[in-house]
Ligand binder design. Structure first.
Ligand SMILES: Cc1cc2nc3c(=O)[nH]c(=O)nc-3n(C[C@H](O)[C@H](O)[C@H](O)COP(=O)(O)O)c2cc1C
Length: 393
């Protein structure tokens, strides 16, 4: 616990997560497709943006709240969907839902979760959103949506950025794939890796080993174990979704609909035209393809396509509270973080996730006050520093 309180920023938590997790898991988190440059590019994308501070403004206390879909959240960020969380900590999804409730922020449960939406939604009925990874069989998609709705979910986030299976070199190198199992030829190296991380290993074994993808369990053949469910997913997902699928999903979903994973401005425009209530501008945390631009570099172009009253969400590369202000200035109404919370929960369960939320909240409100912004409505592109903009306020 004390070790966690000594973590001063998300990077400190990242290092703690690295110490606790087996290398095959940590590498999986850190490296996306190909040369892995997409992950770093997202983070570095924020560094070039600087902001101008206005003084003599009434800023105490800074109001960090944001209202999205009629809900006033205390902070302008939420916890993004991360699959197979149970590998990182057996109770990760439950802890994240509790942290979301306690900090009054949204938590998106992944469509590849190791806890079911039925078990998570009731922990924080006003804060849990559900992310859908649509299977190829639309009948199952319908059932997944009905399951989420029956669990009380109002906000459905449809991830549309994997038309084909994820191709990462890391599982091939380490011999451990979260969906494809273990390459036993790498067994000795995996064993050494595990023995070097006894804390993680003890929890993993105490929890019965590889957790099942509970979000898919109702749709896999009855009686399937964790490996059987993963095999089923491998044959049933991903679907190559097209716009007419979004129309069908929109017609079926009575709540709020978010389309996650767009970068191209014309896609963003089409998503709203197709009935999305919001779009999450995202390159999947840099995981999916190593030649994509940083998410933050796509914000300004996307913002032009957003209808006036509609919100634009953003994720990718946020590691500081001040990054959230930069994203807000570039047009993001609300931000999500994947790895930051993953590091926290991996490092120390619920205390780690709470630490992430606390760090980000403190960094955000400090930077907001220092910039002279009483509330987030006053954070806009005029705060971004460019040599010419200094004179055009
Ligand atoms: C290990 C890992 C697993 C992820 N799993 C999912 C997932 O199941 N569904 C999804 O929509 N996005 C998933 N994402 C993407 C995140 O929701 C989010 O877009 C991304 O992490 C944001 O970038 P950041 O990690 O730099 O904050 C995953 C990301 C990571 C790193």
């Amino acid at each position: 616990m004390n070790r966690i309180l000594e973590a001063l920023n998300v990077e400190d938590l990242r290092l703690l997560a690295e110490r606790r997790l087996p290398s095959f898991l940590f590498q999986y988190v850190e490296t996306g497709h190909g040369d892995g440059s997409g992950v770093a590019r997202n983070v570095e994308g924020f560094a070039k943006h600087l902001m101008l501070a206005r003084c003599l403004q009434k800023v105490v206390p800074p109001d960090t709240s944001r209202t999205i879909f009629g809900h006033r959240y205390d902070l302008p960020f939420g916890i993004s969907a991360v699959g197979a969380m149970g590998m990182f900590h057996p109770s990760a999804d439950r802890y994240l839902a509790e942290v979301a409730r306690d900090f009054n922020i949204p938590f998106i449960l992944s469509g590849m979760s190791t806890m079911s939406i039925d078990d998570i939604a009731h922990i924080a009925p006003d804060h849990v959103w559900y992310q859908l990874y649509a299977p190829r069989d639309f009948a199952i998609t319908k059932q997944m949506m009905a399951q989420a709705r029956n669990a009380g979910v109002d906000v459905l986030v449809v991830s549309v950025d994997y038309p084909v299976p994820n191709h990462s070199e890391i599982p091939l190198r380490t011999g451990v794939s979260l969906t494809g199992g273990i390459n036993w030829r790498k067994g000795p190296a995996i064993a050494v890796d595990l023995l070097r991380h006894p804390g993680w290993l003890a929890k993993f074994l105490a929890n019965g080993g590889v957790p099942a993808m509970e979000s898919w369990k109702p749709y896999a053949p009855p009686g399937s174990n964790a490996a059987g469910i993963s095999k089923f997913i491998g044959g049933a997902w991903p679907a190559n979704l097209v716009w007419t699928d979004i129309e069908k999903i929109r017609a079926l979903w009575p709540g709020k609909l978010v389309i996650k994973g767009l970068l191209d401005p014309s896609d963003v425009a089409q998503a709203y035209e197709t009935g999305a209530d919001a779009v999450t501008l995202s390159n999947h945390g840099g995981n999916k393809l190593d030649i994509l631009p940083a998410s933050v570099d796509c914000l300004a172009g996307a913002k032009h396509m957003v209808p006036d009253a509609a919100p634009l969400f953003f994720d990718g590369g946020i590691r500081r509270g001040s990054d959230i202000l930069k994203a807000a200035a570039l047009g993001a109404d609300f931000c999500f973080l994947g790895r930051a919370f993953l590091y926290g929960v991996s490092a120390s369960g619920k205390a780690g996730a709470e630490r992430v939320a606390t760090i980000l909240r403190n960094e955000l409100s400090y930077a907001q006050a220092m910039l002279g912004c009483a509330d987030l409505q006053s954070v806009d592109q005029r705060l971004l520093f460019t040599a010419s903009s200094v004179h055009t306020r």
